[in-house]
Design a protein around this ligand. Structure first.
Ligand SMILES: CC(=O)N[C@H]1[C@@H](OP(=O)(O)OP(=O)(O)OC[C@H]2O[C@@H](n3ccc(=O)[nH]c3=O)[C@H](O)[C@@H]2O)O[C@H](CO)[C@@H](O)[C@@H]1O
Length: 513
């Protein structure tokens, strides 16, 4: 008996030693062996947890990510071999604003009205889904912020979380589709919620606590995105340690969406359910039109694979990526591909460049509301195309081993790098004629929350609340419509105005003729 127990312990120890040896050689190959230092001092469970964590890291992916980032630091010219061109003026003028007045929408006379009805038909036929990018850590919001940005409450005027506002809009679109088509919709709109290690458990618990905001539990599909180790800024880019037994990790950027969707089997699931389009949006935009029928209809009518909402950039300093055209090939066979230059990577000369009319040359701002056809998602993830990794330079508190003792480092300045893929790099894989841009009204669709509230600070919960309340006031002041359209119009107003309590409760009393 005793002998068997001894053999078992020996077996476990030997297995652990084997795993450590295998990891040591893989890590040494990457110049990252230092992450095993904690094994010298940890107790059994600490050592085990470090080995467990390291075994779960996708080291080949880490190697590729690091190589991309090193190349970026070596010289930006590698990334942009031919300078990108601004989105052309002629095309810009052809972009459409929609719903400047919600009065336009149900009349059925112009493009917008057509897209609106077509979009609602797609909703009613169960051909659409929507996905919220909610894996970001929201560190810019400061220490008092919730773990997941979607849990952030705005006073509009009653307190509502971003997730709740979004769920309400989703429910309104379902009601609208059913109202307009006069039938029950074929399928509740699937709402894919992309979380990360940093936000997953808090987000799931929040949805449970709020009873899924009145949605069907089965229509919410959680997807936890992948994470990668953070590295320091110095040459060599050593992985940073959160504790002696834990590598500091960060979500791998919103572009991780594609491979993670595929790995979770969600692309197959979408396709097998007959879903054609997925609208993807950032969680931190208080005015995002969730499951926007106009956007579905617009992309469908243009037979596009990728749809991109843009607004005109406010000023040169605004922290937004801009849509541009990347030129490829030689002079004989030149082709152009849509892309986005992120604000953090845009050279000053391009940021401030003006055209002949005095407008910013690069001003088609990407607001992180995009559409992908499911066919395109299949094509992209079946291909060899790999989204590039970008360095996100951040302040990363960590622990460091110094002659056998561990000390905490709380840097004041950015000291580390998070390795991130960007969602918009997927546009470059799409033929340019299959990409459709829709210009939308910033006051109606773009209220980003990026920074902690403070005097004169842009893009905070306070500025977003103001924008939401201003839109509500505007939409609520529109004269009521009598007759058949009254209910549809009220639903529409509630949707356009951010699902106000007062309008939605009024709906109960509205009769449809
Ligand atoms: C890469 C990207 O899209 N950049 C856009 C983002 O910038 P910005 O720098 O604000 O990008 P964020 O890091 O806030 O990410 C945008 C969205 O992606 C989510 N997220 C981020 C990282 C991650 O690993 N996982 C994840 O889900 C965030 O939760 C957020 O919903 O919004 C701006 C508009 O406000 C755009 O002009 C930028 O072009």
């Amino acid at each position: 008996m005793f002998g068997q127990g001894k053999r078992l312990v020996c077996g476990l120890v030997c297995e652990m030693e084997h795993r450590v040896a295998a990891l040591r050689s893989q890590l040494a190959d990457l110049g990252q062996e230092h992450v095993l230092a904690g094994l010298e001092s940890g107790d059994g469970s600490q050592r085990e947890s470090l080995v467990e964590q390291l075994s779960g890291i996708d080291l080949p992916l880490f190697r590729r990510a690091l190589a991309d980032v090193v190349r970026t630091f070596k010289g930006k010219q590698d990334r942009l071999p031919i300078p990108p061109k601004p989105f052309p003026q002629a095309k810009w003028e052809g972009l459409q604003n929609w719903i400047s007045s919600p009065d336009d929408v149900p009349t059925g006379n112009d493009d917008t009205a057509g897209w609106w009805s077509e979009g609602l038909r797609l909703v009613a036929d169960g051909e659409v889904a929507v996905l919220v990018l909610a894996g970001g850590q929201g560190t810019r919001l400061g220490p008092g912020a919730p773990v997941a940005k979607g849990m952030l409450e705005l006073s509009v005027p009653e307190p509502k979380s971003l997730f709740q506002l979004q769920a309400e809009r989703l429910l309104l679109v379902e009601d609208l589709a059913s109202f307009v088509t006069g039938t029950e919709i074929k399928r509740r709109i699937p709402w894919l919620v992309m979380t990360s290690d940093a936000t997953d458990s808090a987000t799931r618990a929040f949805f449970e606590e709020k009873a899924f905001f009145g949605l069907d539990k089965s229509q919410v599909w959680f997807l936890k995105q992948s994470s990668l180790p953070c590295v320091d800024l110095n040459e060599g880019h050593a992985m940073l340690m959160e504790t002696p037994w834990k590598v500091a990790m960060a979500p791998a950027g919103n572009g991780a969406l594609f491979s993670d969707l595929r790995a979770a089997g969600f692309i197959k699931k979408l396709s097998s359910q007959g879903i054609k389009y997925v609208q993807v949006y950032a969680v931190d935009n208080a005015l995002a039109r969730v499951a926007d029928p106009v956007f579905y209809g617009f992309v469908h009518e243009h037979q596009a694979e990728v749809g991109v909402k843009v607004v005109s950039k406010k000023n040169a300093k605004e922290s937004v990526g801009v849509v541009c055209l990347h030129q490829e090939g030689n002079s004989a066979e030149k082709s152009e591909r849509y892309g986005v230059i992120e604000y953090s990577e845009m050279p000053q000369s391009m940021t401030t460049a003006k055209d002949d009319s005095g407008e910013l040359q690069f001003r088609a701002a990407h607001i992180c509301i995009n559409m992908f056809s499911v066919q395109y998602l299949e094509k992209l993830t079946d291909s060899d195309y790999q989204l590039e990794f970008h360095p996100a330079v951040k302040r990363i508190p960590h622990m460091r081993e110094n002659s056998g003792t561990w000390e905490s480092v709380n840097p004041e300045k950015p000291n580390g790098i998070k390795l991130e893929q960007f969602i918009f790099d997927s546009f470059q894989c799409c033929d340019s004629e299959k990409v459709a841009l829709l210009e939308v009204n910033r006051e109606e669709e773009f209220a980003p929350i990026k920074n902690a509230v403070g005097p004169g600070v842009a893009d905070s919960a306070a500025t977003a609340t103001e924008l939401l309340l201003a839109l509500k006031r505007r939409v609520n002041s529109l004269p009521p419509k009598a007759g058949t359209l009254s209910k549809g119009f009220s639903l529409l107003k509630a949707y356009a105005g951010g699902a106000t309590q007062d309008i939605t409760s009024d709906l109960v009393n509205l009769s449809v003729e």
